[in-house]
Structure formats: C-alpha cells, structure tokens
Design a protein around this ligand. Structure first.
Ligand code: ADP
Length: 285
C-alpha cells in the first residue's frame, strides 16, 4: 500500500494575532494509506473538523500536508484537489438545488467539461451506487425522503469519481436504517473500489465496526492512534477525555479489570466469543 495522505508538524491557528486567536491544531503527524478506512474521533472542539478542512485544502496551516501527491502548501495544488477529494460535510442535502435529481448529480461532471456521454455514464453509475433507480431521475430532489436526499447529495460527489472521501458526521440526523444504508455504502466504496475514507464520527459502534485505524484527537493534537481493538481497549483513557467506547469493548474492559483473561473486542460477536471462552475455562473444558 502507498501513502495517500502525509501530514507533518501541522499547526493551525484561527484568527491569529487577534483577541479571538485559537490554536485549533498543533504538532499533528499523520499518515493514511491508500484504500484505508480511517476514523477520527475526539471530544467537541478537539480539531476534527479543522483537520478535515485542511485535508480538503479549505484551510491552510503551517507544516507539510501532502494529499494524493499534491503539496497543499501551494495554492495551485489546493485548486487541483477538488477533482480528487470528495467532501461530505454535515447535512450535504442542503446543497441540493437543481430541478431534478439527474441534473443535480450531473452538475459537477458538467462543470469540468466532460462529454455528454461521459456525464450520463457518471450520473447513472453514481445513482446506481446509492440505490436511486431511474424512476427518481426526473423528480425534484426536494420530493425525496431525508435518507434519499442524503444519498442524492452523496451521488453528486461520487459522480466526480474522487479517490478520497472526507466525511464529517455523514450519518448525523438519519434514522437507524438510513444510517446503516449510508455506512454500508461507504464501506463498499472503500473495500470494493479502493476509495480512501476519512470519517469524523461520534458513533463509536460504527467506528469500531468500519475503521481500519482510529486517530483520537484531544486539544488539537493526536492523543492516541491504532486499530479499533487497541484503541477501544483503552477505555479509561477515552472516558477521561469524555469519549464513549462501544458496548462490547466496555464489557471486555470491565471483565479485564476483574482479572479475567479477555482479548480486545469491539463487536458483540467478539464479546460473545470471549465470554464463551471464559465460561469454558471456568467449567474446565
Ligand atoms: P471539532 O470538529 O473536534 O469539534 P473544530 O475543528 O471544529 O473541532 O474546532 C477546533 C477549535 O477551533 C475549537 O476550539 C473551535 O472553537 C475553534 N474553531 C473552529 N472553527 C473556527 C473558526 N472558523 N474560527 C475560529 N475558531 C474556530
């Protein structure tokens, strides 16, 4: 695997030299491999959104930031990002505006001057990925349900065929079914198409379930980094900074504190296996 994002000594201060000065990020070092699903977690105000904005080229700090081979210290490189990096910030459906679903998804590809055949191919492919069939094409995006609108907005981003998706709480405000549909879609885009995912989320169950690696931010710096099992095994450190851990990890951590020999777990299936092992040991099997 190759590195698709490389950040060294990143520091970002909002409103420098004013009374509103705020150091949002400091001393950030971070590497993401191509095709990885990375989760970024941390308490409110820890710098998660700012970090995504930097990766999207929308904010510029001090330090080295390379995204897909482009050095974002240079303005011309930041401009080239928008065809490679898709950004899905909170409630992307607010940006739907065209008269029909089809035209909305076609907007980006049209803007970069693709042929009409290529535009059509991209729109159809993107809408198929988000499971919106041809019967929806002529409808006003505002006639769609909340979950469908979210998927329509995501299709607009996918039609640009990005290599990296930056997701800021992408399931916020959806019901459990809608949430699961969207998360399944992102997992599939990552696993089957190799799109690199960087997701900011407060949903620890989803983070545990989907991420290859987790970066925990606290006060603008990297507090912990590792695989989800390793991260969520450190329940005390996470709760100290105000973060929750998935239910299964909490159970395993509590059993470990009682002296039980339990491996790191993040899902209920893992927990079931570990409890099974514990019971067999107790019963002398
Ligand atoms: P998170 O996404 O983890 O909640 P943010 O990246 O939004 O954190 O914010 C990090 C810090 O920067 C916070 O202290 C926040 O108040 C501050 N901040 C965020 N955006 C701005 C801005 N546009 N101007 C000034 N300060 C900001």
């Amino acid at each position: 695997m190759s590195k698709i994002i490389e950040i060294e000594n990143l520091q970002l201060t909002y409103a420098p030299n004013t009374s509103l000065q705020r150091q949002a990020l400091q001393n950030i070092n971070l590497t993401v491999e191509s095709g990885e699903f990375r989760a970024i977690i941390g308490p409110q105000g820890s710098g998660k959104s700012t970090l995504l904005q930097v990766m999207a080229g929308l904010e510029v700090g001090l330090g080295k930031v390379i995204v897909d081979g482009l050095d974002l210290r240079q303005k011309k490189n930041r401009r080239m990002l928008w065809q490679r990096v898709g950004v899905i910030f909170q409630q992307p459906e607010r940006q739907l505006f065209e008269d029909s679903l089809y035209n909305d998804v076609a907007y980006g590809p049209k803007n970069i001057g693709l042929s009409s055949e290529e535009i059509e191919r991209r729109v159809k492919t993107a809408l198929k990925k988000v499971k919106l069939g041809e019967e929806y094409y002529p409808l006003s995006p505002f006639k769609l349900s909340g979950g469908q609108q979210r998927r329509a907005a995501i299709a607009g981003i996918l039609a640009m065929e990005p290599k990296i998706l930056l997701l800021d709480e992408p399931t916020a405000g959806l019901d459990p079914k809608g949430r699961q549909e969207i998360m399944n879609l992102f997992s599939e885009l990552c696993r089957k198409q190799g799109i690199t995912m960087i997701m900011v989320s407060h949903d620890m169950e989803e983070v545990a379930h989907r991420a290859d690696k987790v970066t925990v931010l606290q006060k603008g710096t990297v507090f912990l980094e590792g695989g989800p099992q390793e991260i969520f095994a450190q329940g005390n450190q996470l709760t100290e900074i105000g973060l929750a851990v998935p239910f299964a990890s909490e159970l395993a951590n509590a059993l470990r504190e009682r002296g039980k020999n339990v491996s790191n777990v993040t899902t209920l299936a893992d927990a079931e296996r570990e409890v099974g092992k514990m019971l067999r040991r107790r019963n002398g099997h």
